[in-house]
Design a binder for this molecule. Structure first.
Ligand SMILES: [Zn+2]
Length: 332
């Protein structure tokens, strides 16, 4: 890991001296109406030397949990007591976030920004935003987490994707207690995490929250849990004084997306729960038609656990229903 030199740190328009917290923006593109699109950034530059930990949130604009986590975490990190730097990017995709949509509504060619990293300086609109973000991040960040959630149509409980290098698994476990659902990355390119890992750095993708957890107390819970993990990572890497927690039941596995076998109303089976081991063939949910007849059943494809369920009960054949972790065994 490279070590930050305890000097002034600049990201976009934010320049922070040691011991300072400075807000700014990463300039990207100009819109037809004259609006300049900037990616907001907060640079927390520690008084002492250490690694640079970079947090990305809301690359999908319908996932406001990461921005809340950044807002809560910045209040908990005192730059005078910090070794290294924490860079918070609360909204990687500001046009998507402003529209509360997964992708940038002004760009239907490169709509999903989590599939196009490191972007292209001469590419589609969103390619250029991704590339500006990547250029700002690539030489600064040592450790990176990308915060996601189930967005507009689902709830995802604590889950992490890693590229299985030991240093990536270490960062995943540093998310802390309750974050034991750690799966192998399903895409080797296109996301910030993949671009970081392909550049020899350490990046992971974490998931928590979504549509059915947006009532006031649940949304705050999700933000607080994620903020706690940001601080826990600082404890683990000795960037802040404190005792880190770790998952005591971490598992290794592969994600499988389960799609609706029929159309109707999606009803999770009573008694089933997130992040709880099931046997292959156990019922996860049933689908009833508009007259109440059972027309489909969703079963566990392997021994494992589900970490994501659709939050919108209305379902059509082929719709996404469930993210299942096919558990291969415990992690060391
Ligand atoms: Zn997402």
């Amino acid at each position: 890991m490279s070590t930050y030199k305890n000097d002034t740190l600049t990201v976009g328009t934010a320049t922070a001296k040691p011991g300072e917290v400075v807000r700014g923006g990463i300039p990207t593109v100009d819109l037809a109406g004259g609006v300049k699109v900037e990616i907001p950034v907060v640079v927390i530059n520690g008084a002492e030397a250490g690694p640079t930990f970079w947090v990305n949130a809301a690359i999908h604009g319908d996932e406001p949990e990461g921005p809340l986590a950044c807002a809560l975490a910045v209040k908990q990190i005192d730059p005078a007591k910090l070794s290294g730097a924490v860079v918070l990017v609360p909204c990687v995709n500001p046009l998507a976030f402003s529209a509360a949509e997964r992708g940038n509504p002004l760009d239907t060619f490169a709509y999903d920004m989590n599939r196009i990293y490191p972007g292209k300086a001469n590419g589609y609109f969103s390619d250029r935003i991704a590339n500006a973000h990547w250029e700002a991040m690539k030489d600064v960040a040592d450790l990176e987490i990308s915060i996601h959630s189930g967005g507009a149509h689902s709830f995802l409980d604590k889950a992490i994707f890693v590229d299985e290098r030991p240093e990536s698994v270490e960062l995943a476990k540093a998310m802390g207690e309750g974050w034991g659902c750690i799966m192998s990355n399903f895409t080797k390119s296109g996301s910030p995490m993949a671009a970081m890992n392909n550049a020899g750095k350490v990046g992971i993708t974490v998931e928590l929250g979504g549509r059915s957890y947006t009532s006031p107390e649940r949304f705050r819970y999700v933000g607080e849990e994620l903020a706690k993990s940001i601080v826990n990572i600082c404890y683990h890497y000795d960037m802040l004084d404190g005792t880190a927690t770790y998952p005591d039941d971490a598992t290794k596995g592969q994600q499988e997306a389960l799609l609706a076998p029929a159309s109707g109303i999606f009803l999770p089976e009573p008694g089933v729960d997130f992040l709880t081991m099931m046997k292959k063939g156990d019922t996860i949910a049933r689908i009833i038609n508009i007259f109440g007849d059972e027309v489909g059943e969703l079963k566990a494809p392997a021994d494992g656990m589900f970490f994501g369920l659709r939050a919108l009960p209305n379902v059509n054949q082929g719709d996404w229903c469930c993210f299942f972790n096919k558990v291969e065994g415990p992690r060391d």
